[in-house]
Design a protein around this ligand. Structure first.
Ligand code: KIV
Length: 281
């Protein structure tokens, strides 16, 4: 199983690695078997699984629900559970309780928190308690209202310096990695060079130690204009629509179900296989 030690070794050996989000049993199993070393149960699940316009409505119970399913599907990857908005914002005690639930109830191996500042202290306390922490800086989506939209961060020298300082503080506090989201490539490179722990980029250019994408974006399940940083490796929205249309047409025309899909009373043709109702999986 991938651990924090492997992730650190990847950085030490200069091996770039891929991280993907996962929110359900089947996709977690597929990604795990494909050898993706780190799976993130991101609060992006609120947007791609639950249809919210931002991640802000996502609750800790939502993340735990999805994280449990991911844990049932993935057995090799390191699993990181996202701490959603307001699950760590009021106190260090709240951060510990929420992170503890992600580990204890959902079987996560680590947690992710957005931001610097007070989150540095939370990172120190969680790490002290044995809970690995992934930091998250730059365009942190839980602060979308503060930023006035999903806007690239770190464009000014002052912002870039703040991101670098926060990243260094998170590393000193014990974070095992830091996500850099929506920052200029130059900023991501300077943070990556300054840190001993791996940086994981999304919309941060090619200079980070790892890359993360939202699964539904890279599979082409999300439709419309994708953000600039997304590369679509498949067009599943189109494939699903095509399959659904074909199925509906087969039902209308009587082509489906065919003889191979039927059960008989005596085991003779047309049903050839055992007369047992199963669902594939
Ligand atoms: O919620 C999420 O999926 C994330 C990643 C995009 C880093 O935070």
């Amino acid at each position: 199983m991938t651990t924090v030690l492997d992730v650190q070794r990847y950085k030490d050996e200069g091996r770039r690695f891929a991280v993907l989000t996962a929110y359900d049993f089947l996709s977690a199993r597929i990604l795990d078997e494909a050898g993706i070393p780190v799976l993130l149960v991101g609060d992006s699940l609120g947007m791609v699984m639950l249809g919210y316009p931002t991640t802000l409505p996502v609750t800790l119970d939502d993340v735990i629900h999805h994280a449990k399913a991911v844990g049932r599907g993935a057995h090799q990857a390191m699993l990181v559970g996202d701490m959603p908005f307001m699950s760590y914002h009021t106190s260090v005690e709240q951060a510990i309780t929420s992170a503890g639930r992600l580990v204890q109830e959902a079987g996560m191996h680590g947690v992710k928190l957005e931001g610097g500042g007070r989150v540095v202290e939370y990172t120190r306390r969680l790490t002290d308690l044995g809970i690995p922490v992934m930091g998250h800086l730059g365009l942190t989506p839980q602060s979308v209202n503060k930023f006035g939209g999903f806007k690239v961060q770190g464009k000014t020298d002052a912002q870039a310096a703040q991101i670098l300082e926060d990243a260094r503080s998170l590393e000193q506090a014990g974070a095992f990695s830091v996500v850099l989201e929506g920052v200029p490539s130059k900023v991501a490179v300077s943070v990556t060079n300054a840190l001993r722990i791996p940086t994981i980029g999304i919309g941060a250019g090619p200079g980070t130690d790892a890359q993360v994408l939202v699964l539904h974006d890279m599979l082409g399940l999300t439709t419309g204009k994708a953000p600039k940083f997304v590369k679509r490796y498949a067009n599943l929205a189109e494939s699903i629509a095509r399959a659904a249309n074909e199925y509906a047409e087969d039902v209308r025309s009587g082509k489906f179900p065919g003889p191979e899909h039927e059960y008989s009373t005596n085991g003779s043709a047309p049903a050839k296989d055992r007369e047992e109702v199963r669902y594939s999986g």
